[in-house]
Design a protein around this ligand. Structure first.
Ligand code: HEC
Length: 173
């Protein structure tokens, strides 16, 4: 009889142990699940933070680049204004003004046509003669120079080669 009681008690204990273990397993699992949830939410929070940070960084950089663009723009505009003032102070021949300035700029700073300011007399004259003869192919320049004689080409070359000097002198004032 005692054996039976002991056996029953042992079985009960085992059962209890099983239940306990099972429960604790469930608890552990629950805790694990909760922990996972917390981790996940942390990751999600982190991720969303990251995105926010990224966006903030993006906004900052775009704001910075906007500022940069603005200041560069300002500089250019200011330089242009200064230039325009200086350019007005430079006497340009009617020959250049009428035939060349529309494309090469008031003092050869270049618009549609290349920048001419700073080029030497010989370089310009050679270019003009080559355009006129067709040795250097450019229909715009070729068409234009057809109306100009050698003396005019010489004059233009001299004038354009002095633009830099003139501009420098005008900037000093
Ligand atoms: C309708 C626009 C236009 C006009 C007006 C014009 N040019 Fe040009 N010019 C150009 C273009 C475009 C080029 C670039 C051609 C090339 O490099 O092949 C050029 C090139 C030149 C070059 C060579 C520049 C280099 O870097 O090698 C010289 C010099 C020149 N032009 C002088 C003149 C002179 C002087 C006049 C006035 C008589 C004149 N141009 C009128 C458009 C023009």
């Amino acid at each position: 009889m005692t054996k039976h009681i002991i056996a029953a008690a042992a079985t009960l204990l085992t059962l209890a142990a099983f239940i306990y273990m099972f429960n604790s397993d469930v608890e552990v699992q629950k805790m694990k699940n909760i922990a996972t949830l917390i981790e996940k939410s942390k990751i999600e929070v982190k991720l969303s933070n990251k995105n926010e940070i990224k966006q903030e960084i993006k906004q900052e950089t775009s704001a910075q680049s906007n500022k940069k663009e603005e200041s560069e723009m300002d500089k250019k505009l200011k330089a242009l204004k200064d230039k325009a003032g200086n350019m007005a102070a430079i006497n340009v021949s009617p020959l250049y003004k009428k035939n060349c300035s529309s494309c090469h700029g008031t003092v050869g700073e270049g618009i549609i046509g290349s920048k001419l300011i700073g080029r030497s007399h010989d370089y310009i004259l050679k270019a003009l003669m080559d355009f006129k003869s067709g040795a250097r192919k450019n229909y715009v320049m070729y068409g234009l120079l057809g109306n100009l004689n050698q003396k005019q080409l010489e004059e233009l070359s001299t004038e354009i080669s002095l633009f830099q000097e003139k501009l420098d002198a005008a900037t000093k004032k």
